[in-house]
Design a protein around this ligand. Sequence first.
Ligand code: ZN
Length: 254
Amino acid sequence: MSASDGASSAERSGTSMNGTEDVDSSPVERLRLPNFHDRLSLRQQVADALRAQLVTGQMRPGISYSAPKLAQQFGVSATPVREAMLDLVSEGLVEVVRNKGFRPTTLSGAELDALAEIRAMVEIPTMALVAGGCVGEVAAAVENLRPLARQIVVAAQSLDLITYIEADTEFHLRFLALHGNPVLVKVVRDLRARSRLYGLQVLAEAGKLGQLAVEHEQMVDLALSRQVEPMRVLMTQHIAHLRSVWAGDAGVSE
Ligand SMILES: [Zn+2]
């Protein structure tokens, strides 16, 4: 109904105080709700940490994880862990196991290939566009990504896969965000969370994660010198690397 649409957009824009009787009688306005800000961010932090565990394969399909035990390790109560797990359930990353907790869902090689194909379609041209328009504020923002690119290299050297994935995710999403399309960033965030890089450990132990890691500093340099085609080539190579690391056995191929 258009009347309720109007009321809800008025609420969102903060103009409901002197609004119509429609808005004054909104049931939500009469509720005394606690502020969930801190709890929500804890839930998000736990969810992000679990996503990194899933992507790197530290949490594996076929194994059930109980919320209270995970909570103990996180040093938090079970509630935010359970809530974070339910977020991951709704994203299709884990499933509920009755009386046991949660289990990571299994993705086939074909499904992982499909995810990588979409990432290539979205990320390669978008990074090329950012490189093409890399002046002024965009260039300053790209320069600000340099410490994160360094952190990725250090994480690769110390075989810290969780930090690697978390920094890598932040780096790519912040870089892509410079194109100015938040919907695109959300799509890539979802695609990345569904990826499984089981071969990362093998790659790291073979001393080959460093090569993947230094590509991030190269992305910064290419954008700052506005080299569109080399950026396209580098991103194609970067995503192709990922395709080779999720199987675990293909990770060490030259
Ligand atoms: Zn990367």
